[in-house]
Design a protein around this ligand. Structure first.
Ligand SMILES: [Zn+2]
Length: 461
C-alpha cells in the first residue's frame, strides 16, 4: 500500500526510541546501534535454518477456497458462500480455526473505529461529536455470517471478536488431516470514497455508475505457524495481512454488462465477452504493444445502457495467499504479453474513461516493465497475469492491484499526475513479490515488505 510509506516515516522517531531499548549491551555508550545481530536473531532449528532457508521439517498450512458470490448493484450488497478445505500440515493437533473478517472494519459495532478514535481534541465541533455518536449504533456494515458448517452441513460453534472469528472443530484435526468447512455470508458494500477502507464502491454521479473494488472480502484463514501459532491480530484498517496459501476457484455473478478482473485466470471469457472482444483477446496473446480488448467506445456504450441481466465470471488461481477482484461497466481493458525465463505473463490494465488518457499509453507498459525488473533483482515472477486497475487508490493483492491517476476532463494531465501514477503502479505491482509471494507477515511487520518493495520500486523507476 502506498499510503503506508508516509505512516512509516511518521513513526520513525518512535521506532528509534524502541531500538534504544534493546538491552543487548546495556553498558554501551552508543545505544546498541553498532551491535552484531547474532544474539538477537532466533536460534536456528529443524524448521528454519541459520541461512534463512527452510529446514528439513519446514511446513506451511494450506487452505483451498471454492467461492460463489453475487454482486447486487441495485441494493449494494455482496452475498457469498464458500467451501474451504483446510490441510493441517503442521505436527500439531488443532481444536479450532481462526478466520479474518476484515470487512468488519466498516462495522460500527464490530470494529467501532477504535484505531482512529483514541483522542478527542480540546475543541471538538458538533460534527465530530455526531460522528462519535454514530459508533454507538449499528451502521449496518460488516459481515452477516449466515452459516458455519462442516462438510455434512452440521452447524459448527463460532465466536466473532471484532475482525476475527474462531470456529471450534467437532473433533481434533490431527497432523496430516484435512477439514472441510462451509461459510455463508453477506455484507452491504460501503462507499469507499466516503467510508474509506480497502474494499467498496466508488460512485460516478455524471453517468450514474459504480466501480467496485472487492478486496479483503471473504472470511479468510489466519496463518498458523511454527513460530507464532495462530496469527490472530485484529485488523485496524491500517495494518495489512498475512494469509495461508492455497488454490482458488471463484464464481462472481454480476450485472451482464460489467467487466470483471481478478486474481488468477478467467475460465469463461467466451461466455462473457462479445465475439469481437474475444478475437481481440486472442490477438493480444502475441502482441508487441497493449491491445484494447474492451475499447473506450465499448465502455462508454455500456455506461449508458445499464443492463439488468446477469452473467457469471469464473476465475481460478493456484498457490496464492489471497484473491481480490473488481467489477464495473465503466472499464476499458488492454493487455499484452511479457516473458520471464520463456514463460508468458499477460500484463493488463482496466480503467474508466476518467483515466483513459493516462492508463492507455502507460499502465500496461509499466506493469510489464515492473515484472521484468523485479524478476531480475528478486525472483522470477511465477504467476500467469499481472493487472493494474485504476480505482483512485493504491493497494495490492496477488496478480491484481488498484492504483490512481485520472486526467482532466479534456484528457490532459500534469507531469506530476503522470509520474505519480507510474510510481504507484510500479509500487503496487511490485508488492506481488513482497509480500504476496515472499510471504512476510505485514499485519505485524509492515515495514518489512514496504522497505524491500520501495527499494526495488526505485530501481525500476
Ligand atoms: Zn506499499
Amino acid at each position: 500500500m502506498k499510503r503506508i510509506i508516509y505512516v512509516f516515516l511518521a513513526l520513525l522517531p518512535f521506532s528509534y526510541l524502541f531500538a534504544q531499548n534493546i538491552q543487548n549491551n546495556p553498558g554501551s555508550n552508543h545505544g546498541n546501534k553498532f551491535e552484531q545481530l547474532g544474539t538477537i536473531l532466533p536460534t536456528p532449528n529443524e524448521y528454519r535454518t541459520a541461512s534463512g532457508a527452510p529446514g528439513p521439517k519446514y511446513w506451511q498450512q494450506r487452505a483451498d477456497y471454492n467461492i460463489k458470490c453475487e454482486l447486487d448493484e441495485k441494493n449494494m450488497r455482496l452475498t457469498g458462500s464458500e467451501t474451504i478445505t483446510y490441510f493441517n500440515n503442521s505436527p500439531d493437533i488443532l481444536r479450532y480455526l481462526w478466520f479474518q473478517l476484515d470487512e468488519n472494519e466498516h462495522s460500527s459495532v464490530n470494529n467501532a473505529n477504535y484505531q482512529t478514535s483514541s483522542t478527542i481534541p480540546r475543541q471538538a465541533t458538533a460534527q465530530m461529536l455526531t460522528n462519535l455518536e454514530k459508533q454507538r449504533t449499528d451502521n449496518g456494515f460488516g459481515f452477516n455470517i449466515l452459516k458455519v458448517a462442516d462438510a455434512t452441513g452440521k452447524a459448527l460453534p463460532y465466536v466473532i471478536n471484532k475482525t476475527m472469528m474462531r470456529v471450534d472443530l467437532p473433533q481434533e484435526l490431527k497432523p496430516g488431516q484435512k477439514f472441510v468447512i462451509n461459510i455463508n455470508w453477506n455484507y452491504n458494500i460501503p462507499d469507499r470514497m466516503v467510508q474509506g477502507g480497502r474494499g467498496g464502491s466508488e460512485f460516478f454521479p455524471e453517468d450514474g455508475n459504480h466501480l467496485f473494488t472487492i478486496a479483503q472480502w471473504y472470511p479468510r484463514l489466519c496463518v498458523y505457524s511454527d513460530f507464532q501459532g495462530w496469527q490472530n491480530h485484529q485488523f485496524t484498517g491500517r495494518g495489512e495481512f498475512a494469509l495461508t496459501f492455497g488454490n482458488f476457484k471463484v464464481q462472481m455473478t454480476v450485472p451482464a454488462d460489467h467487466i470483471v478482473a481478478s486474481t488468477g485466470e478467467c475460465q469463461n471469457y467466451a461466455l462473457n465477452l462479445t465475439p469481437t472482444q474475444l478475437s481481440r483477446w486472442q490477438k493480444a496473446q502475441t502482441a508487441k504493444e497493449p491491445v484494447e480488448i474492451v475499447t473506450l467506445a465499448d465502455a462508454k456504450a455500456a455506461e449508458t445502457k445499464k443492463s439488468t441481466a446477469k452473467k457469471t465470471w469464473i476465475y481460478t488461481a493456484n498457490n496464492v495467499r489471497d484473491f481480490a477482484w473488481t467489477s464495473s461497466r465503466k472499464y476499458a481493458w488492454d493487455a499484452m504479453p511479457t516473458y520471464v525465463e520463456g514463460k508468458k505473463i499477460m500484463a493488463m490494465s482496466y480503467y474508466p474513461k476518467e483515466a483513459y488518457g493516462l492508463y492507455r499509453p502507460f499502465s500496461t507498459r509499466a506493469v510489464a516493465h515492473t515484472i521484468q525488473v523485479y524478476s531480475k533483482f528478486s525472483i522470477p515472477y511465477p504467476y500467469p497475469v499481472a493487472i493494474s486497475v485504476e480505482a483512485a487508490n493504491g493497494m495490492e493483492y496477488p496478480m491484481i492491484c488498484f492504483n490512481y491517476g485520472r486526467t482532466h476532463e479534456d484528457g490532459t494531465y500534469t507531469e506530476a499526475t503522470k509520474y505519480g501514477m507510474i510510481g504507484v503502479i510500479i509500487h503496487e505491482v511490485g508488492h506481488n513479490f513482497f509480500p504476496m509471494i515472499i510471504n512476510s507477515d505485514e499485519r505485524q511487520w509492515t515495514w518489512f515488505d514496504e522497505g524491500l518493495n520501495t527499494f526495488v520500486q526505485y530501481l525500476t523507476e
